[in-house]
Write a protein that binds this ligand. Structure first.
Ligand code: ADP
Ligand code: MG
Length: 336
């Protein structure tokens, strides 16, 4: 097949996208496909051919050197697709969406592909857009699935009085990802400063009760839940967010949880996706408390796809190799 792996973009998760896309492109090529990798934002200023032998790692490195060229002016000028991107995508049998973060997860790229009848991987525009917004997700999911109690705070609007969420609590941007801007507040006096900081990421903030629990995440592939991963902070780093997100974590797959919790989680993951309207592949994040309550946090419509990312680890646990997973994602998407 002729495959375009669409990467990069302007979201805060650009780097994860470049890493994932390099691996996806390499894996698909190893399976005999004709693969081109192109940055959705920078596009291409030359005629690209599916016959050519592109060095994906080098392409990614070249794209990194352009990071400083992503400016608000250029974003306004370029719009959704950089030069040559749509032309190239039209020539492909399928576009593998290797994007992460707002640019890609918000559903706009998918919308354009629907309009152009260009086949692409993953969820449709509506499901992607809902999953991107933690506010919308919660509105739709919380009546059916246990989620942390939370309220919405908007920039420029007065805070509710009284606020029913008490310390400790979490502040997180509604449209964030990869824990960027997530803050834990343990003392009321830190609230105002933290709120101001959080509003730098988004105009809409989710304020949630803090749930103390084990951190788990579960992928769903083709409507079936995969074995979950447990993300364990290293010794002594329990809930220290600096450590937790500086890579000092261990990932255990399959997560050592009892069969009852596993069955419950698997059912919830599939149901969560149905409610939001996700398909093909996605990942749900959880917290599991000591007394067995399972809180769903959010859905990721374009989960990380490097060969050591969470969903690829989960697929490996059921015998699906990384290149196989990449191909399956394409096959399932084309079947839709
Ligand atoms: N209500 C909560 N209680 C405790 N920890 C939370 C809560 N919400 C988020 N977190 C922590 O912050 C991380 C990121 O939150 P999440 O909702 O998954 O957003 P994202 O991954 O998009 O940044 C979670 O993995 C968890 O460690
Ligand atoms: Mg998350």
């Amino acid at each position: 097949m002729k495959i375009v792996v669409l990467c990069g973009g302007v979201s805060s998760e650009r780097e994860i996208s470049l890493r994932s896309s390099t691996k996806v492109a390499t894996a698909l090529k190893s399976r005999g496909h004709q693969v081109l990798m192109v940055d959705v934002f920078f596009g291409t200023d030359r005629e690209m051919s599916f016959e050519e032998d592109q060095d994906f790692a080098r392409t990614a490195d070249e794209l990194r050197t352009k990071n400083h060229l992503i400016t608000p002016e250029r974003i306004r000028e370029t719009g959704l697709f950089g030069p040559g991107v749509l032309d190239l995508c039209r020539k492909a049998d399928v576009v593998f969406i290797g994007l992460h973060g707002e640019n890609g997860e918000d559903g706009k790229v998918q919308s354009a592909f629907e309009a152009e009848k260009i086949p692409y991987t993953g969820s449709d525009p509506a499901g992607s857009a809902i999953a991107m917004s933690k506010e919308e997700t919660k509105k739709i999911v919380a009546p059916h699935i246990l989620m942390p109690d939370g309220i919405i705070l908007r920039r420029g609007e007065p805070l509710p009085d009284p606020i029913r969420i008490k310390v400790p609590f979490i502040l997180k941007p509604s449209n964030g990802g990869s824990s960027v801007g997530v803050m834990i507040i343990r003392d009321e006096k830190d609230f105002e400063g933290a709120l101001e900081q959080c509003f730098q990421y988004d105009d809409t903030i989710l304020m949630e009760e803090f749930i103390e629990g084990r951190e788990l995440t579960q992928g769903v592939l083709d409507g079936k839940a995969l074995p979950p991963v447990e993300i364990c902070p290293d010794e002594g780093a329990w809930y220290d967010y600096t450590n937790k997100y500086s890579g000092k974590t261990r990932e255990v797959c399959p997560a050592p949880i009892d069969p009852e919790a596993l069955a419950r989680m698997s059912e919830i993951s599939v149901r969560f996706g149905e409610l939001v309207g996700l398909s093909v592949y996605y990942r749900i994040d959880y917290l599991l408390t000591k007394d067995g309550r399972l809180y769903a946090l959010e859905a990721n419509s374009l989960p990380g796809m490097t060969d050591t990312s969470l969903v690829p680890q989960e697929a490996a646990a059921v015998g699906i190799s990384y290149p196989e997973l990449c191909e399956k994602i394409i096959d399932i998407s084309l079947r839709k």
